[in-house]
Design a protein around this ligand. Structure first.
Ligand SMILES: Nc1nc2c(ncn2[C@@H]2O[C@H](COP(=O)(O)OP(=O)(O)OP(=O)(O)O)[C@@H](O)[C@H]2O)c(=O)[nH]1
Ligand SMILES: [Mg+2]
Length: 423
């Protein structure tokens, strides 16, 4: 994946302990380390400070900045990576006060990983949009750090894709944002057509959501025999993949795998990935996949709930799926089921719990159906056929006005039948 010729960049991590977060600092820094690693650099040290509110000028306190600058020199660090998003002012000041190293924040790092992993045209456009939006208020900061550092590859350098960064000014970035938006619209129109076809196909749509690395792609593979890339890096999946799946009682559903979430997920990414994330907000059922073996399991669950809320998907029925249960011992399993009786233990790796998951999906599917009384004119014979194929027909009789049906209608279909409802 990464070139072995270029030496890995050396990164020094910096975080602050606020004392009010779900995430203990060492856990957050451990995650930051995985992000740095996924991005191809090497962590050579970390520094932290206990601080209730970040310093507005330099994020960390004045004395700490000196300490970081000294450590960066001593460790020969190429990068100093902050565990939170820096304001443009903080970034500019830190660049001045920590000369000789690139200053990167968590957001830039995540955007960089996305750039590295984006493969589809839409994915790449979405990443470029998010990068440009991130860059816009920081242009001065970027300018000074580019002026004071050698140019070259590596973390944070994938901004701008080939264009000479020194030429970039605000006006050009705005223009670029406009151009990317226009291009995205074109790509997304095509996708909207496909999605419309999928919506019209009326199949019940389930989607996998969860923290990055929870095992969503592995589950899609286990459930549908798909062959989606899954590997032990963060944000392996950026583009959504949809596969069909037949439930035990024979009804067909679609299952969509999509991009993973993370704590402090940059808002620019959520906005730019709106169309990808619509796969979640437009689904009938969300399988919330949790890495049951993660240290920060519950904080990860909370982070996922927050993003689902942000994208308007929190009202959609959910199943809580504790994946990687093969890594838990008996006691850990009991603790987990005690805390989350509604949760289901599964393993994409061993297949444990997969059958049960399919049954539970079926139950939700039946439970979320709406009971409708409709009268369908004889001219609309296709709709009666659809009712037989995709709904549960409770009763059926023929009258002069048409076929009178009582139906259990899945959410994706209610709009098709509503016009014929008997009030
Ligand atoms: N032990 C164990 N490992 C698993 C299981 N499911 C997935 N994994 C591993 O967890 C890692 C992440 O799996 P993915 O399926 O790529 O996770 P994801 O949620 O799709 O991750 P992103 O796409 O990066 O957000 C891989 O190394 C998998 O082999 C499981 O049930 N048990
Ligand atoms: Mg994945």
């Amino acid at each position: 994946m990464y070139s072995t010729e270029a030496p890995r960049e050396r990164a020094l991590l910096v975080g602050i302990e606020r004392g009010d977060s779900d995430w203990p600092l060492e856990e957050s820094l451990a995650e930051l380390q995985r992000l740095v690693d996924t991005d191809g650099a090497e962590v050579v040290g970390s520094l932290s400070q206990r601080l209730a509110t970040p310093n507005t000028r330099t994020f960390i306190g004045k004395g700490k900045v000196v300490e970081v600058a000294t450590a960066a020199r001593a460790l020969n660090a190429d990068l100093v990576v902050f565990d939170d998003e820096l304001t443009p002012t903080q970034q500019a000041n830190l660049e001045k006060e920590i000369p000789g190293a690139k200053i990167i924040d968590r957001t830039a790092l995540i955007l960089d990983i996305f750039a590295l992993h984006a493969t589809s045209r839409e994915g790449r456009l979405q990443v470029r949009l998010a990068q440009s939006q991130y860059l816009l208020p920081r242009l001065r900061g970027m300018w000074s750090h580019l002026a004071s550092n050698r140019m070259g590859g590596g973390v944070g350098s994938r901004f701008g894709e080939g264009e000479s960064q020194l030429e970039v000014d605000r006006r050009m970035v705005r223009k670029r944002i406009g151009a990317i938006r226009a291009e995205l619209r074109k790509v997304q129109d095509e996708r909207a057509q496909q999605r419309k076809a999928r919506l019209a196909s009326t199949l019940f749509r389930a989607a996998l959501a969860g923290y990055t690395n929870a095992g969503k792609s592995s589950l899609l593979n286990a459930l549908t025999g798909a062959d989606v890339l899954s590997y032990d890096k963060l944000f392996a999946t950026l583009d959504s993949t949809t596969r069909r799946l037949v439930l035990p009682e024979g009804r067909e559903v679609t299952l969509t795998d999509t991009v993973g979430f993370i704590q402090k997920l940059p808002t620019t990414l959520v906005e730019a990935f709106k169309s990808t994330l619509d796969e979640l907000s437009l689904s009938d059922l969300i399988l919330h996949v949790v890495d049951s073996d993660a240290h920060q399991r519950e904080a990860q669950m909370q982070a996922v709930r927050e993003v689902l809320e942000q994208i308007g998907a929190h009202g959609i029925p959910q199943l809580l799926v504790f994946n990687k249960c093969d890594l838990l011992d008996e006691e850990q399993r009991e603790v987990l089921t005690g805390r989350f009786p509604q949760g289901l233990l599964v393993s994409a790796q061993t297949g444990e719990g997969i059958e049960e998951l399919l049954v539970r999906m079926e139950q939700v599917m039946n439970a979320t159906s709406t009971l409708l009384d409709v009268v369908i004119p004889f001219a609309e014979g296709a709709l009666v056929q659809l009712a037989h194929e995709r709904c549960t027909v409770v009763s059926e009789r023929f009258t002069e006005e048409g076929t009178v049906l009582q139906l259990q209608v899945p959410p994706a279909l209610t709009s098709r039948f509503e016009a014929y409802m008997i009030l």
